[in-house]
Design a binder for this molecule. Structure first.
Ligand code: ATP
Length: 450
């Protein structure tokens, strides 16, 4: 079903958000800036501003807590961006990590052949060249000599660093199948057609986990189904509407060179359905290849079966930037408060860049001092903001727009009886609570601290 006629697309049109509004909010409030803005930008590359970096850290933190910290069967890793060049021979990326590139003979624009609907140039209708395969890996040189012997690649996925460390991990950790190794980090792909804001860029961040299982069909299927459901529900847990998500199994002819089967979790972006995360069945492909190319033993010893084998792998591979984009899109809302339209990012409190804003009602009477003191205490546990500029209504709106879930107002009563009001972003309701115990109240309402 295409995005145009699916029932879900009506849900998208009913949303207040458009890419234009979101991009503008991101720039205006310091979430995402175009890279090298002062030099006119660097095609489809973005920097994360003071608020964006917090949101992005929270997305990664949420993933880490759920995929590593909260589980007894997954451990973490942080491998280098530069790997031995043999890695990419073994993994098949040097040979196969290509996209078909076509040029328009008239207007000279470039396109990915597999993204085109017809056989003519979508921009001017001109004739297209035959497709040639274009490798997506960025190259650079290690050391001062710029020759082929010193060529290294910026990793196009984090996964290979996990496979290359398989022996290190099983030799040093007490792991037993099934178990996973997870990592987050930058990846680079020289995409032919980046675009749609932070959806497709050439430098991006991934959150990947390789889950090793016994090489046995029923076991593998069970874990594949488990991870597809788990990852789908993860997005729902942090605020994505269920009807903006779908699972899409890949057709045989679109599978990556390493995959025996892949299901994507797709999200309904304002520009249509697109991938958020791919869950791939990599079999023992990667360990087999690295064993062959390195000559090292990459088997696992199964104590119970008294057998050695190379496990099979299920890989949930997500993008940090895409997840962040999806969370912002689904959080974006406009409503009317006190006869005025307000923009409000209804982010899950755990993801919100700033958890609590503290406002002194007046610039005198001890309000600022008390407010600063409260802010300092809260800052030891959560991210905070302090705002004393303008009317209190304006200040609330500034925080609503960036998704700050809680506001604490210090007023004359605070000075008298040691209470403050807590305002809720979504309902705008206020509640008076004692300062004593405020930290606990806040952490409980946020759901974690950071
Ligand atoms: P696509 O089909 O959109 O090019 P892919 O199938 O090549 O993506 P994977 O190799 O499965 O992507 O990578 C896992 C995840 O990494 C993707 O689901 C996406 O979230 C993220 N990702 C991949 N390429 C990019 C990119 N160029 N920009 C931002 N995120 C990306």
């Amino acid at each position: 079903m295409s995005a145009q006629n699916s029932p879900e697309s009506t849900a998208a049109t009913a949303r207040a958000v458009t890419m234009e509004k979101l991009v503008s909010l991101c720039k205006r409030r310091g979430l995402v800036f175009p890279t090298s803005d002062i030099y006119g930008g660097l095609g489809s590359t973005f920097d994360y501003g003071p608020l964006g970096v917090e949101l992005k850290r929270n997305v990664k933190e949420a993933w880490w807590r759920d995929m590593v910290q909260g589980r007894s069967d997954v451990i973490g890793l942080d491998s280098a961006i530069l790997q031995h060049p043999r890695t990419w021979e073994a993994s098949g990326h040097l040979q196969n990590f290509t996209d078909p590139l076509v040029d328009c003979k008239s207007c000279k624009q470039r396109f990915r052949a597999d993204h085109l609907e017809g056989t003519r140039c979508p921009a001017c209708g001109g004739e297209l060249t035959a497709a040639r395969q274009f490798n997506l890996m960025f190259k650079t040189f290690m050391g001062p000599l710029e020759d082929t012997a010193n060529t290294v690649y910026l990793r196009p996925e984090t996964a290979q660093g996990i496979f290359a460390n398989f022996a290190n991990v099983i030799d040093t950790q007490r792991v037993k199948l099934p178990f996973g190794v997870a990592q987050t980090g930058k990846s680079f792909r020289n995409e032919i057609t980046p675009g749609n804001f932070i959806f497709r860029t050439r430098e991006f961040e991934q959150m990947e986990m390789e889950f090793f299982v016994q090489p046995e069909a029923i076991e593998e299927q069970r874990w594949f189904d488990y991870w597809v459901a788990e990852r789908f529900n993860w997005y729902v847990k942090y605020g994505i509407a269920r009807d903006h998500l779908r699972m899409r199994p890949h057709a045989q002819d679109e599978l990556s060179h390493y995959s025996r089967g892949t299901t994507d979790v797709e999200f309904l972006y304002p520009f249509g359905w697109g991938e958020l995360e791919g869950i791939a069945r990599r079999g023992s492909y990667d360990l087999d290849q690295h064993a062959q190319f390195s000559g090292k033993d990459l088997t696992y010893f199964d104590e119970e079966a008294k057998a050695r084998y190379r496990p099979w792998v299920i890989e949930p591979a997500a993008g940090v930037d895409r997840a962040m984009l999806a969370f912002m899109i689904d959080a974006y809302d406009e409503d009317v408060v006190e006869d005025e339209t307000r923009i409000v990012l209804r982010l899950d409190p755990r993801l919100a860049p700033i958890k609590v804003a503290v406002y002194p009602l007046l610039r005198k009477g001890g309000h600022p001092e008390k407010a600063q003191e409260i802010r300092a205490t809260l800052s030891r546990y959560v991210t905070t903001a302090y705002d004393q500029a303008g009317s209190i209504g304006r200040r609330y709106r500034r925080q609503d727009e960036i998704g700050t879930p809680l506001g604490v107002t210090v007023d004359h009563q605070t000075i008298e009886d040691g209470t403050v009001t807590i305002r809720d972003r979504d309902t705008t309701e206020q509640q008076r609570v004692p300062i004593e115990g405020l930290v606990g109240t806040v952490i409980e309402r946020i759901g974690w601290y950071r």
